[in-house]
Design a protein around this ligand. Structure first.
Ligand code: ADP
Length: 245
């Protein structure tokens, strides 16, 4: 098992009396995995469980050889980069300082060079001296991604990473995620099939809190009715999969 591999076994999760994830067993390996599901399927809940934000009700989560107890140990926390759906950034800080702070929180000693590399890769090198609160929504999202990447994570968890980005920014983000995935496990959640196709990732389909399928986009396409036009096959295959529950 690589130290970037995440293994989940028999995970159940919920809020109050409501159970949201049911007996989830899967492995996320180095490279890109898409967590695909309709709104409410449990994607965010699964990602929050992986971060250690929600304590597993039952089952286990391992990162490499380490098993999560109530929470990750500091060394695993330092190895996880996380882009939540609504990232909180310190608005009063300058962009360069917000990134340095994120790096410090992860106990990373990569220094100024790494920060510059990250800002450059998200297209914010020329905004390093701006106050965070003066950035546009898309820029804040890209800065949050730089914060998630700055400490060379082994596991990068991205909750709906392209929401709020325009076409050019989406394309830049894709390049960034692909390059990050060369030496870490990237898991991103989405309900957009076009996103899945643009990465050619491994796909875990989550449906009403259960894993409906693990496979490739072509395997999902093969589930579509035979008469389905090629460009509709992913969507129809996905709908066939989740309507069969
Ligand atoms: P997704 O990310 O796939 O849209 P979520 O994990 O956000 O799904 O939500 C799964 C289910 O859990 C939904 O029915 C949602 O209403 C419920 N849920 C999510 N967060 C909470 C919360 N903090 N408290 C109570 N229920 C929640």
């Amino acid at each position: 098992m690589l130290d970037t591999d995440v293994r989940i076994e028999g995970l159940t999760q919920g809020y109050g009396r409501r159970q949201v994830l049911f007996d989830i067993t899967c492995t996320f390996e180095r490279g890109i995995t898409a967590l695909l599901g309709l709104n409410g399927a449990g994607k965010t809940t699964l990602i929050r469980s992986l971060v250690g934000d929600l304590r597993p009700r039952s089952g286990s989560i391992r990162l490499g050889e380490a098993q999560m107890r109530d929470q990750w140990e500091r060394s695993q926390l330092a190895a996880i980069g996380y882009l939540p759906q609504d990232p909180r950034l310190p608005g009063h800080m300058r962009v360069r300082d917000a990134l340095a702070y994120a790096q410090w929180l992860k106990c990373d000693d990569g220094g100024r060079e790494r920060r510059h590399e990250c800002l450059d890769s998200v297209g914010l090198a020329d905004r390093a001296d701006s106050k965070v609160r003066d950035l546009s929504g898309g820029m804040k999202r890209r800065l949050s991604l730089a914060c998630a990447l700055v400490a060379h994570p082994k596991l990068l968890l991205l909750d709906e990473p392209t929401v709020g980005l325009d076409a050019e920014q989406r394309s830049g983000l894709r390049t960034l995620i692909k390059s990050a995935a060369e030496d870490c496990a990237v898991v991103f959640s989405t309900h957009e099939l076009a996103e899945v196709d643009s990465f050619d990732p491994r796909i875990v389909v989550l449906d009403a809190g259960r894993i409906a399928m693990t496979g490739s986009a072509d395997e999902i396409r093969s589930l579509a009715p035979v008469e389905t036009p090629l460009q509709m096959r992913l969507e129809q295959g996905f709908l066939t999969l989740i309507s069969g529950r």
